[in-house]
Design a protein around this ligand. Structure first.
Ligand SMILES: O=P(O)(O)OC[C@@H](O)[C@@H](O)c1c[nH]c2ccccc12
Length: 266
């Protein structure tokens, strides 16, 4: 059983909704990333999505775009993200970490070499935002060779045929994007038609289904998690950290009430 499967099975067996914070590696500072990851775990994160800073993050709204730009200015990229995970693993061998990013940096290294390095650093899975399922075969195979999990992404516009294909390959968890658009700009699951898609996904998916895009706080997390296995929170956390004097304290203070709200659903 993989680290993600183990962690999620234990949570869901306890009726615990999955809480997945996203942060950009290297923002708000290079030094804060690993301490913030530990702080998020203390506040109740079940998995951490670590964003690999990328110069052209086309699925991201202003918050994460700017966060990515700031991190790149500090010199952060794929190499730095891997170093963070390696350092995180010295103190935490339980909490899964997924690298979230775009194809280009992985492609430059080569999928097999990337997967080897990622697993050696202690990364559990990877989500490549701009790699369509139809073209992902060789990447999935290379990842599988190293034991790096393939995290699939489904949007409201995904056809039922593609949804089935994505579900076939899904490992770890399936990420449902709550609206068509970019991160941090909309409101999650306001639209009724979404709940139908989510129910269908739950039926098809061999792994837990989590919802991201537009979850900002305890209230929205609770609403969204009611119909899913868990939630992802990115932009609101990234903004909070970048405005904070002490990002470690701010990370904990941000996530704790969200954890409590989700636990209140039990
Ligand atoms: O920022 P939001 O609206 O809270 O959504 C989560 C999201 O940030 C995170 O999972 C993510 C960051 N970059 C992405 C690119 C595509 C899909 C998802 C992501």
């Amino acid at each position: 059983m993989s680290r993600i499967d183990r962690q999620f099975a234990a949570a869901l067996a306890n009726d615990r909704k999955l809480l997945i914070p996203f942060i950009t590696a290297g923002d708000p500072s290079l030094d804060s990333t690993v301490p913030v990851m530990h702080a998020l775990v203390r506040a109740g994160a079940d998995l951490i999505e670590l964003g690999v800073p990328f110069s052209d993050p086309m699925a991201d709204g202003p918050s994460i775009q700017h966060s990515s730009e700031r991190a790149i200015e500090r010199g952060a990229g794929l190499r730095f993200a891997l170093e963070c995970v390696q350092q995180f693993r010295r103190q935490d061998s339980v909490t899964p970490v997924v690298l979230m990013g775009y194809l280009n940096p992985v492609d430059i290294l080569g999928a097999a070499e990337y997967a080897r390095r990622a697993v050696a650093a202690g990364v559990d899975g990877t989500l490549l935002v701009d790699l369509p399922d139809e073209e992902a075969g060789p990447f999935r195979d290379a990842f599988a060779q190293s034991g790096l999990e393939w995290i699939g992404l489904v949007a409201p516009t995904t056809s039922i045929g593609r949804l089935r294909a994505i579900c076939q390959h899904a490992e770890g968890y399936l990420y449902y994007v709550s609206y068509a658009g970019v991160t941090g700009t909309g409101q999650a699951l306001q639209n009724e038609s979404n709940s139908g898609v989510l129910a269908r996904l739950q039926e098809q998916s061999p792994v837990p289904v989590v919802v991201g895009f537009g979850v900002r706080d305890a209230e929205s997390a609770k609403r969204v998690a009611a119909g899913a296995d868990g939630v992802v929170i990115g932009s609101a956390l990234v903004d909070t950290l970048s405005a904070a004097d002490d990002p470690v304290l701010a990370a904990e203070a941000f996530l704790r009430p969200v954890r409590e709200a989700l636990d209140g659903l039990r």
